[in-house]
Design a protein around this ligand. Structure first.
Ligand code: NAD
Length: 473
């Protein structure tokens, strides 16, 4: 019996909707981690030896299996995270689409033939799977961000061990139960930072794929560096939305509303800093406030609810603290700023003005339903403010002028620029952050390559003496 220094605990899963206990989940121990890694290493032998087309067929079947259980899984996701059922259904559907996309990539993306270095040689670039991948997941999109890792990792021939966040432990196991994957190819370990760290430290894990906060991501990068372990990290965001004066104002307000309140602001790419042309800022703010007051806040399982509770009571407390610090910094609260008096982790949609962009930077990531508005005099000032931030995950721009749209596309130093349509994902295009928002990319062909090693094979067409060999000098 292996002695485990990480003991099993029971995590009480409390629904943020009403504070009711919905499950008690035992966490893994350190010996569970090592057992899971051994199983994953064994399974790697056969999984990596399947042809890419065989793996693609299995992934595509998984997508179908996910769609068959989407209703049940979405409900579990809403119960544990508080996100409106419609958004949970979208999340399961999107995870299935990601599996479909990477089934296609597995069928079509091989290595390559490099240009010849000499006329008597051929250079092949072979793509090989890395081995065992540890996927460490956040609570805001526990299924979507899992699929961004699991689908390409499996498509490339790796096996995977996923560790959900302790705040959302229920939906992923439920989804995985429905998937017909070969034994040991995909496992789940439940637990918090100790289990996450054990996975990172395990010598049998070849790569860590992490999504979460920058503070934890940097720790993981440092741990991985000790063993030169591969890692890709998607970390915090503090993204901007630039609103120019040549767009339809009501539509701009609708776009802003979605960029801020989708998943109750708990989107890593949510708009957290609104830079609005000074000539329209008062009217924009007035109309945004009017639409915010029309949002239907309530039971996320009920049809017609726009915004549910925050994902946990602890997170609601973080929002209370953010608003306290914003008040101390001199913010004017035009709306909200307080928890809603209800049994769940609800928080008022909040609109603030009066802080400069440096002060908003200083306050840090919001990750919730608070919208700070800052006037800008020029488009260039909007770009400069957007770029002047530790994080560079994404930026939304609402603008009619094509020249300005292209200027923003080239000059914004962020991983994704959305012009006139906030937050959509294109699974075929890369996603990731500049600066402290991350390292590496998910999605697209880049997100597939992140789970492979590139090997160069030089094939000389016959053993003949070479001019640089000692015998020929
Ligand atoms: P978090 O960093 O607290 O936790 C993320 C995961 O890491 C969890 O599974 C947690 O248990 C695990 N963990 C914590 N400490 C660890 C350690 N020392 N070693 C190994 N694992 C450890 O983040 P969170 O609160 O779950 O998520 C919110 C954050 O995630 C926000 O900052 C948000 O911006 C970010 N996020 C980023 C993206 C992106 O794509 N860039 C997407 C979603 C969320």
């Amino acid at each position: 019996m292996i002695q485990s220094s990480i003991a099993e605990e029971i995590v009480r899963a409390i629904s943020p909707i009403d504070g009711v206990l919905i499950a008690e989940v035992p966490t893994a121990t350190e010996s569970d981690v090592e057992a899971a890694v051994a199983i994953a290493r064994d399974a790697f032998e056969s999984w990596s030896n399947q042809t890419p087309v065989e793996r693609a067929n299995i992934l595509q079947a998984c997508a179908t299996q996910m769609r068959a259980v989407a209703g049940e899984v979405a409900r579990a996701l809403t119960l544990e995270s508080g996100k409106p059922l419609m958004e949970a259904e979208f999340e399961v559907a999107a995870a299935a689409d990601v599996f479909d996309y990477y089934a296609g990539v597995a069928r079509t993306r091989g290595g390559r033939l490099a240009p010849q270095a000499t006329r008597t040689s051929t250079s092949l670039v072979i793509k090989e799977p890395l081995g065992v991948v540890g996927a460490i997941l956040p609570w805001n999109y526990p299924l979507l961000l899992w699929s961004w890792k699991a689908a390409p990792a499996l498509a490339a021939g790796n096996t995977i061990i996923a560790k959900p966040s302790p705040e959302t432990m229920l939906s992923l196991p439920l989804l995985l139960e429905s998937l017909e994957l070969p034994e040991g190819v995909h496992q789940i370990l439940q637990g918090g930072s100790a289990i996450g760290e054990a996975l990172v430290r395990s010598p049998g894990v070849d790569k860590i794929a992490f999504t979460g906060s920058s503070a934890v991501g940097k720790k993981i990068m440092a741990l991985c560096a000790q063993d030169a372990k591969r890692c890709s990290v998607e970390m915090s965001g503090h993204d901007a939305m630039i609103v120019w004066d040549d767009v339809d104002l009501d539509l701009a307000v609708e776009a802003a509303l979605f960029a801020k309140f989708a998943n109750n602001g708990q989107v890593c790419t949510a708009a957290e800093r609104f830079f609005v042309r000074d000539t329209i800022v008062d009217e924009f703010t007035k109309r945004l406030a009017a639409r915010m007051s029309e949002l239907v806040i309530g039971d996320p399982l009920a049809v017609g609810t726009d915004v549910g509770p925050l994902a946990s009571f602890a997170h609601r407390d973080r929002l209370v603290d953010y608003c306290r610090r914003a008040r101390e910094a001199g913010a004017e609260f035009l709306m909200g700023g307080e928890p809603i008096d209800a049994p769940g982790a609800y928080f008022q949609p909040t609109l603030i003005r009066g802080l400069g962009h440096e002060q908003i930077n200083e306050l840090g990531e919001i990750f919730g339903p608070v919208a700070p508005i800052v006037p800008i005099e020029t488009f260039e000032q909007g770009i400069a403010y957007a770029n002047d931030n530790r994080f560079g995950l994404s930026c939304n721009v609402l603008v009619g002028d094509l020249g300005l749209a292209m200027k923003a596309s080239w000059e914004l130093k962020v991983g994704t620029v959305w012009i006139n349509n906030p937050l959509p994902d294109n699974y075929a295009a890369p996603f990731g952050g500049f600066r402290e928002a991350g390292l590496g990319r998910e999605l697209g062909e880049e997100g597939f390559d992140a789970y492979t090693e590139s090997k160069h094979v030089w094939i000389e067409h016959g053993l003949t003496s070479q001019p640089h060999w000692y015998n020929a000098r």
